[in-house]
Design a protein around this ligand. Structure first.
Ligand SMILES: *[C@@H]1O[C@H](CO)[C@@H](O)[C@H](O)[C@H]1NC(C)=O
Ligand SMILES: *[C@@H]1O[C@H](CO)[C@@H](O)[C@H](O)[C@H]1NC(C)=O
Length: 138
């Protein structure tokens, strides 16, 4: 009787520690994912050669990237779901890193001066529902 009780306690401790590891690694994954999004946004900014209205000037470490101008993150996870930078007269190319914003649902870059081409990597974004690139030089 006593040993059954002990083994139950042991099992419970084992179960809880497995659960804890699992939850820890999940939050670790979430952290890595949002770091990927930040790197992708900075790569996007890096390809913008001219930003006359300073739309991206506050895209730096003084603010959480979820609060950067034009960026919207999901409510549950700190992952970018929308990038809306229309009508900012941004000049540059669109970084292929945009394809790493795995949770992106909406990208609106209407009325800017983006040139060259729409990166193929956009095709990786299977959650994407709205793409508005009109009025650019693509
Ligand atoms: C960083 O962003 C803040 C606004 O959040 C801005 O005042 C500051 O000039 C920026 N710093 C750099 C180095 O661009
Ligand atoms: C776009 O920007 C121009 C110049 O700042 C402004 O006059 C115009 O109303 C803006 N259009 C929209 C749709 O925001």
């Amino acid at each position: 009787m006593k040993s059954t009780k002990n083994s139950r306690v042991e099992f419970l401790v084992f179960f809880l520690s497995v659960l804890l590891c699992y939850l820890q690694s999940l939050s670790h994954c979430a952290k890595l994912g949002s770091e990927t999004d930040k790197v992708a946004l900075l790569a996007f900014k890096n390809q913008v050669a001219d930003d006359p209205f300073g739309a991206l000037s506050a895209w730096n470490d003084s603010l959480d990237f979820c609060q950067w101008h034009g960026v919207t993150c999901g409510a549950r996870h700190r992952r970018v779901i929308a990038l809306h930078l229309n009508n900012q007269s941004l000049t540059g190319s669109i970084s292929p890193y945009i394809g790493n914003l795995a949770f992106l649902r909406s990208i609106i870059l209407q009325s800017n001066n983006f040139y060259v081409k729409i990166p193929l990597e956009i095709g990786n974004l299977f959650r994407l529902q709205y793409i508005i690139f009109s009025l650019n030089m693509l």
